[in-house]
Design a binder for this molecule. Structure first.
Ligand code: CA
Length: 243
């Protein structure tokens, strides 16, 4: 089935570049060059993915994103951000963007990001939640047993401290999704915790040491200035022991 993409971008050259390359890749592409009409389309037509510029006439990208999510429209969104604009990325992800691409970008990066977001979403739909009836979470080589506080990576049992376990569990419930330090703080330590976000970094860092037996299989990505995401490489099934 052909996947439908909506590109909301007012810069004609960039819109054409996006349209050309995405069409070549086999996607059906709709271009909107105005914020308001782009928003209307995103609301009324079914798309598999939206590529959203931030500076637009009419409504800007942040308004569009906020309104879509506010209306419970969960179509994945990749925002196009300016170079060195970390604030834009942070704000976009907080508003519910699924990923971002920094301008200027190469075609291969664009196609890779689009492909990743679409796979993640369709994977999530098919599998619903990667949780089974015994409440274990299985992601590639990684198995997490919430009730027992146990983690297996392949056939190896990983020993984690309780907070490390909770951080991992929280990341693993949303694999491939960027979670902010605030999200992690609130979920694991609670809103009233007075320790700084450094606490999150320390726990992620020790989790990494314990988990990255095979970085090609499971790893935790840092998104600078934002937070973390758990990345599972399902293609890779070989599991190497650390030597
Ligand atoms: Ca623009």
């Amino acid at each position: 089935m052909t996947q439908r993409l909506l590109v909301i971008e007012d810069e004609p050259t960039l819109a054409r570049l996006l349209s050309y390359n995405l069409t070549q890749e086999g996607y059906e592409v709709t271009i909107e060059d105005h914020g308001t009409s782009g928003f209307e389309r995103a609301v009324h037509e079914p798309f598999d993915l939206i590529i959203l510029d931030l500076m637009l006439p009419g409504m800007n990208g942040f308004e569009i994103l906020g309104k879509l999510r506010g209306n419970a429209i969960t179509t994945p969104v990749i925002i196009l951000t300016a170079k060195n604009a970390e604030e834009e990325v942070v704000q976009g992800l907080k508003l519910g963007a699924d990923d971002y691409i920094t301008k200027p970008f190469g075609v291969s990066e664009l196609l890779a990001r689009v492909g990743t977001v679409l796979r993640r979403v369709s994977g999530a739909k098919e599998e619903v939640i990667p949780e089974t009836s015994d409440s274990a979470i299985r992601l590639g080589q990684l198995e997490i047993y919430p009730e027992k506080y146990e983690v297996m990576l392949g056939s190896t049992s990983i020993s984690l401290r309780p907070k490390e376990f909770e951080v991992l569990l929280y990341l693993a419930r949303k694999p491939g999704v960027v979670l902010t330090r605030d999200d992690l703080m609130n979920a694991v330590w609670g809103f009233d915790y007075i320790g700084g976000q450094r606490t999150v970094d320390v726990h992620v860092s020790s989790l990494r040491k314990k988990l990255e037996l095979d970085p090609d299989s499971v790893h935790i990505d840092s998104i600078r200035g934002v937070g973390y995401k758990l990345v599972i490489n399902k293609k890779r099934s070989a599991h190497h022991q650390e030597t």
